[in-house]
Ligand binder design. Structure first.
Ligand code: GRF
Length: 201
């Protein structure tokens, strides 16, 4: 069987990308990272990918209509012949056409226990709310904001945290475990989507 080809899409520092890369490197994820793509020119995650010798592309969205930008991204993804898209801090909402082009093959990690605290700064939202438990969620991507079917979640205690930054750090540690684990399951096990549920056989 040919190994699945992954594209990582990121907008920032890329620590989740590095966690996925480590898992690919160690063989925990049986796939190849065929492309690391960003909508932000100077995204630190792109430099990290370049340093690792991976193919990178920068496609800035600034000043471009969403549909046009998505068309360009899709073109680059097709050229790279990728099978799966892993969003790793990719700060763009994806339109229905884009999502359908890779139906149930786009994965995202979000730093809260969805459906709590979707959208930006989930950790800050959770801290302000005063939660005792938060965590992270790996989900398949649909065209809503962090609304797709959940693949795996990991809870993180928020007990005793004194800042949003401290909560973010605790959650990030869990993210780096959960994302590779969830992707490895999706790629190696048989599963289906029923309604909102991802069911592993
Ligand atoms: C992570 O907290 C992830 O859950 C969210 O964006 C952040 C990206 O961080 N979607 P990094 O770029 O992977 O370090």
């Amino acid at each position: 069987m040919t190994r699945p080809r992954l594209a990582i899409l990121l907008s920032g520092r890329g620590s989740n990308f590095l966690a996925l890369h480590r898992a690919v490197d160690s063989g925990d994820i049986e796939a190849d990272i065929a492309l690391v793509l960003s909508n932000i020119d100077g995204a630190p995650g792109l430099d990290k990918a370049r340093d690792l010798g991976l193919p990178v592309r920068s496609l800035p969205h600034r000043g471009m209509k969403r549909a046009k930008h998505e068309e360009l991204v899709l073109e680059v993804l097709r050229e790279a012949d990728v099978d799966w898209l892993c969003l790793a801090g990719y700060l763009r909402l994806l339109g229905p056409g884009f999502v359908n082009a890779y139906r149930h093959r786009i994965v995202n990690i979000h730093p809260s226990l969805l459906p709590a605290f979707p959208g930006l700064d989930a950790q800050g939202q959770a801290f302000e709310y005063g939660v005792k438990v938060s965590g992270c969620t790996v989900h398949l991507v649909d065209d809503g904001m962090d609304t797709g079917p959940i693949v795996m979640q990991e809870a993180v205690s928020a007990d005793g945290v004194t800042s949003a930054g401290e909560l973010s750090a605790r959650i990030l540690e869990a993210e780096h475990r959960l994302y590779p684990a969830a992707l490895a399951r999706l790629l190696s096990e048989s599963w289906r989507v029923e309604g909102r549920r991802v069911l592993f056989d």
